[in-house]
Write a protein that binds this ligand. Sequence first.
Ligand SMILES: [Ca+2]
Ligand SMILES: [Ca+2]
Length: 291
Amino acid sequence: MAATESVLNPVEAAGVPVTELSATTGLVDYDGDGLSDDQERVLGTFPFFDDSDDDGFTDGEEVARQSDPLDFYSVPLIEEVSANLTARGEESAALLVLVIYEPAGALGQSFVRLGALRGGQVVSVPLARFSSLMTYTSQITSSGGQLICAELPIPPNFLEAAGEVTFFVAAGDTVSQSYSAAAKVDVSSVGGVPLMRRTSVAQSSLQASQGGGSVRQPIPGSASPSIPSNWVPGSICFQRSAVVGGNGPIMLHQIIEADCLQGWDTFCVSDCSAALGSTYETIDPIALIGG
Ligand SMILES: [Ca+2]
Ligand SMILES: [Ca+2]
């Protein structure tokens, strides 16, 4: 428990002022919504249209503010500084994608805390140390907020050795001295293919009757020939899990259903069916910030 105490303590020294995030730019973001073209292909949003669901909020802003960029009826609700995490692949490596939004356009008064849960231990990721490795976009949105999207490579040997890693972010502002948003993403690597666990809507009536689940979705680079042509976001190994234990913000899940979905046999053979009955740890981002 001691390992998580510092994470739960808001606004502590390890938080990094957003203004310290300096890096080279270089992301290809054709539609200017703050998300790179390659990231949009992973998320299923349109790389060439900045508002995929036409609800008035750009894809990047929706991801940062934790609404669904593919659902017209899902719009941002968080009015304070917000952040979110996702991931994408580049060749055989995975990249962690950090998206931050500040409604007043003054990210300098905000801070972010990035960390990882790996093998039951919570560790801080010192953003400033990795800033030279990051590429990012920064813009003022039509609503007047500031949006930053930073991409940080995850060392492949780190993922292979760790199995599945939960990265988390918490964001807050220095005035109220509290966190206003937190999010996490689960990233792993199987056979050199980086995977991201995502919340999924049920993909069959049976699954629907049993509640939702998650998918472990491959996130290889856009040039990879190994992506099945019938790929749609979320269509790989559907897994349903149940919470079987926990310790503070750390939650232990057991996989109680694992279906390899059509077209993903290559990815699923070693991973999907074998996952049945196994457990994994992740973080509850709401518990992380005491919400
Ligand atoms: Ca884009
Ligand atoms: Ca939208």
